[in-house]
Design a binder for this molecule. Structure first.
Ligand SMILES: *[C@@H]1O[C@H](CO)[C@@H](O)[C@H](O)[C@H]1NC(C)=O
Ligand SMILES: *[C@@H]1O[C@H](CO)[C@@H](O)[C@H](O)[C@H]1NC(C)=O
Ligand SMILES: *[C@@H]1O[C@H](CO)[C@@H](O)[C@H](O)[C@H]1NC(C)=O
Ligand SMILES: *[C@@H]1O[C@H](CO)[C@@H](O)[C@H](O)[C@H]1NC(C)=O
Ligand SMILES: *[C@@H]1O[C@H](CO)[C@@H](O)[C@H](O)[C@H]1NC(C)=O
Length: 846
């Protein structure tokens, strides 16, 4: 049959029948026995996520590499084929009972488990038009009868009829950023981890830094060396800060100093208990990674040690590292063992041995080791840097002859590094015959691979970070990210071996991240991604085909051409390293147009964005009010809240701030008051909106933190009667509060770096700051003098300090969590209230 004939009839029932026949003809034997142990984990995933009717739909088969010819020679890793199984009557095979005893209708073959996972996603997307995302899924809307695999045209332009074959051109797809373990995962329980691991499988992730609970191994290890309990307190950090402590940027915790509650000893007890519970969690994560065949990247001995280790090894080369981000000496200048000292090798090998012993049979050859993340090496000659990496690589190989040294390329952004030094450092590993893999952490905004010649022969991965500090604004670089990885691969085809999503936080810009994880499955020589079409399909899956109306598609098309299409270099010449912070979450000031990581950069046509919001909200309201109206999918509600947030905080709020400052400049007291009132009204409206949805709610975040006090402990671990559970919960809450505000022991260098546009945070933290600011402006006008930043700072510091110690729920209006049921009503009210104003502001400012 000629392809041309099929093209015209695709998607019709008769064409599906044809496909089925063709599939039977092609697929030699589709016999399935009971699922093998290897694929058991995928059946588990199906049962967890999908309705019962789908539990026996799939026949997962691991096949040899020769069984499925890849669609292009370069797409040779993790190849899968998705096809229909013939109707039962068509075969005489009576052994063909699938999982659950019923005959499967969809055959998913793959050369690896990861391939099968992506094959399943392909089916869910293309046949069933659903998808698992952070903001929800429409699995409850799946057809009662599992649909057949459609005959359809993909990006190749060819109509596929006999099984859809895809493969990845890189062997590794990795996920997360080490700091995501602080910003996002810190308080997760097993249920939440389980869902994320399922998401990873469906999105083809086959490598994951497995960072949870490593302090348990460290503690055992340092105890075995003779470090005393009292010496741990100044070393281990609280839950949300562990990533930076692991990298030697900072150490210790400061909750009791901040809140005035308890003592250092209490705090150590909390941290110890926390470490125990994380270890129990890690065992579950590792077991599931094994089940899914996701390669874990395990911690190695990083060299950073409690200060007291120097006393135990007075002869060893133990030093203090550099200061990080303006932290006070006691919480930074972390003590470390110089890697060229024999003690480093000994401790590394012993550490990995202990980790293997504690890890209950879980094994990996991949080790994460960042020696200089945002730190300055003790020596900077090429010979010395090479000696360091050579020794470390040899050490890892002594511990595990197949060791792969995984590191984040971000360290090379430090001012101490130049190409010659970087080359020497990375070549030292090759001289030791070692393997390395560098995550180019932010290829979308700071492509380190480019500046450092693809890491001088080391294997590396290309990744999209998109949201430093886990920021939430609608942001992306769609035009750039869809071509850059292929350019990188064309330049380094032998060493670019991975692609990843290195988001620092979830629950934002889902399309950007989902899209990034599809890049490896395109033909790198002619990717032909057709991103506009992918976005349309994404919206269909997200809202359901019947709700993805032309208006809705138009809204997303406009957004993809504006908020998601930020160029790296603006006309102003400004390089856009980060997303854009909204004014509300930054320290109030006369001039809010900061640059750098607190920057606000609105690079897009606001009229277009306001128009897109208008289309989306109208569609959402119409859909909700339709006579046949079923509840809106949670992702639809999420998007309504998210776009309304963007309009209120990125268009309206800055404009009202402009009026406020203009009134101040004119010393117009009445107008200062009026604009001030309006600014607070916008803020409170945003707060009400965001409080209605748990993914935008500070109360929900605090609840997650406090609830994590109940995480199970490892077998045998007990809680002493004297343990202060309320103190523990407050310690957890304080960690959550501090990270999104001061980001440290005091209002220091990173304040507001982790800020959030969250309901509850706006009302309790940001609004009081703005109130104080407005009052100071008014006072200045009354006294006919300039605004006094010192007086303002003193007042705001008092407010911020008190806030750190508060307990959520103690004040009126502090609610814990919401299920989004009220969101649409709030969106509608705010749309009625602000649509005209937003359009007017946009027109005036574009
Ligand atoms: C498991 O993962 C490794 C590493 O990606 C791969 O080489 C192997 O083929 C995989 N096996 C299965 C059954 O997925
Ligand atoms: C590191 O800094 C601490 C705190 O200032 C100091 O007490 C200690 O002696 C220093 N250690 C080394 C090895 O320099
Ligand atoms: C801390 O690091 C800075 C360099 O960043 C250094 O000048 C200082 O001496 C260090 N202090 C200690 C106590 O190690
Ligand atoms: C912004 O978009 C609107 C609506 O599409 C258009 O009329 C206007 O010319 C655009 N402004 C600029 C500066 O491009
Ligand atoms: C959401 O919460 C509201 C009020 O808190 C409740 O009435 C409603 O039943 C909840 N909806 C769902 C789907 O849980």
């Amino acid at each position: 049959m000629a392809k041309g004939n099929i093209r015209s009839i695709r998607w019709s029932p008769s064409s599906l029948a044809l496909v089925a026949v063709a599939a039977v003809a092609l697929l030699h034997s589709t016999t399935t026995a009971a699922p093998t142990a290897a694929t058991q984990s995928l059946y588990g995933l199906v049962e967890r996520l999908l309705p019962k009717a789908y539990h026996s739909t799939f026949d997962f088969q691991i096949v040899s590499e020769t069984a499925i010819p890849p669609s292009s020679p370069k797409n040779k890793y993790d190849v899968y084929r998705v096809s229909n199984v013939a109707a039962a009557a068509d075969t005489a095979d009576s052994n063909a009972a699938g999982h659950g005893g019923r005959r499967p209708t969809v055959l998913i073959e793959g050369t690896t488990l990861s391939a099968l996972g992506v094959g399943l996603k392909f089916y869910l997307e293309q046949a069933a038009q659903v998808e698992l995302t952070w903001s929800g899924n429409r699995f409850n809307e799946l057809p009662a009868q599992p649909p057949r695999v459609p005959d359809l045209e993909l990006d190749s332009g060819n109509v596929v009829t006999t099984g859809h074959v895809h493969g990845s051109f890189v062997p590794w797809r990795y996920y997360t950023n080490v700091v995501t373990f602080g910003y996002q995962f810190a308080f997760w329980d097993w249920n939440r981890w389980e869902r994320e691991l399922d998401w990873m499988v469906l999105n083809g992730v086959n490598q994951l830094p497995a960072m949870v609970g490593q302090e348990y191994v460290q503690r055992e290890f340092f105890r075995s060396l003779g470090v005393k309990e009292a010496d741990f307190d100044s070393f281990f950090s609280g839950p949300t800060y562990q990533p930076w402590q692991r990298m030697g940027n900072m150490q210790g915790s400061w909750t009791y100093e901040l809140t005035g509650a308890g003592t250092a000893a209490d705090e150590l007890a909390y941290k110890n208990r926390w470490i125990d519970s994380q270890w129990a969690l890690q065992q579950k994560i590792l077991a599931r990674l094994d089940g899914f065949n996701i390669t874990s990247v395990l911690p190695a001995f990083q060299g950073f040690v409690p200060r007291a280790l120097k006393n135990l090894y007075p002869q060893a080369d133990i030093r203090n590292s550099s200061t990080w981000s303006g932290f006070p000496i006691e919480h930074t200048n972390v003590t470390y063992v110089e890697p060229t000292d024999p003690l480093f090798s000994k401790l590394s090998v012993d550490y990995i041995k202990l980790q293997d012993k504690l890890n209950n049979g879980h094994r990996s050859h991949h080790y994460l080791l960042d020696l200089y993340n945002e730190l300055t090496p003790s020596c900077l000659t090429e010979a010395c840097l090479k000696a360091i990496s050579k020794t470390v690589s040899q050490t890892l190989q002594t511990a595990n002859k197949d060791a792969v040294w995984v590191m984040q390329g971000w360290f090379l952004t430090g001012s101490a590094w130049n190409p010659a030094r970087a080359k020497a450092y990375l070549e030292g590993i090759q001289e030791a015959n070692g393997q390395s893999f560098v995550y180019d952490l932010a290829s979308d905004s700071v492509p380190v691979w480019e500046r450092f010649s693809g890491f001088y022969g080391s294997e590396f991965g290309w990744s999209v970070i998109n949201n430093y500090g886990a920021s939430q604004g609608l942001f992306g670089k769609l035009s750039e990210i869809q071509v850059l990885p292929y350019q990188a691969f064309a330049k380094y085809p032998n060493t670019l071996r991975g692609m990843g999503v290195t988001a620092e936080g979830l629950n934002n810009n889902e399309f950007i991240y989902e899209l990034t994880l599809t890049f490896p499955w395109a033909n790198p020589d002619q990717p032909a991604l057709n991103v506009p079409k992918r976005l349309e399909q994404f919206i269909q899956r997200r809202y359901g085909p019947s709700r993805a109306t032309p208006q809705v598609q138009q809204a997303w098309k406009l957004l993809s051409e504006t908020v998601w299409d930020c160029p790296s270099v603006l006309e102003s010449g400004l390089a856009k390293e980060t997303g854009s912070k909204s004014y509300i979450e930054k320290p109030p000031a006369l001039d809010m147009a900061n640059t750098g990581w607190l920057g606000t950069n609105i690079w897009y046509n606001k009229t277009t964005v306001v128009h897109a919001w208008d289309l989306l909200v109208k569609s959402g309201i119409a859909e909700r009010n339709a006579p046949h109206g079923r509840p809106l999918p949670t992702s639809y509600i999420f998007d309504l809240v998210d776009t309304t947030r963007e309009i209120l905080l990125s268009t309206v709020f800055p404009s009202v701030h402009g009026s406020l400052i203009a009134a101040y400049n004119r010393q117009d007291i009445a107008q200062i008051r009026a604009a001030g009132r309006q600014l607070l009204e916008v803020a409170n409206d945003a707060d009400r909106l965001l409080s209605s949805h748990s993914l935008f709610s500070f109360g929900a975040a605090v609840k997650e933190a406090r609830d994590s006090s109940n995480l199970p402990l490892p077998t045998g671990a007990t809680t002493p009667a004297s343990f202060n559970r309320n103190g523990f919960r407050q310690f957890l809450e304080s960690n959550a509060r501090n990270l999104v505000t001061w980001w440290g022991p005091e209002s220091a260098g990173l304040a507001d770096y982790g800020s959030k546009q969250w309901g509850g945070l706006i009302s309790s933290y940001y609004v009081p700051r703005w109130k104080l600011f407005i009052a100071q402006l008014e006072l200045a006008a009354q006294e006919k003098r300039p605004f006094d930043p010192v007086a303002y700072s003193a007042l705001v510091l008092k407010h911020e300090t008190a806030w750190q110690a508060q307990k959520w729920g103690d004040r009126s209006g502090e609610s814990w969590a919401s299920n989004g049921s009220a969101s649409i009503d709030v969106v509608r009210q705010l749309w009625v209230k602000y649509a005209a104003l937003a359009a007017k502001i946009a027109a005036a400012e574009d």
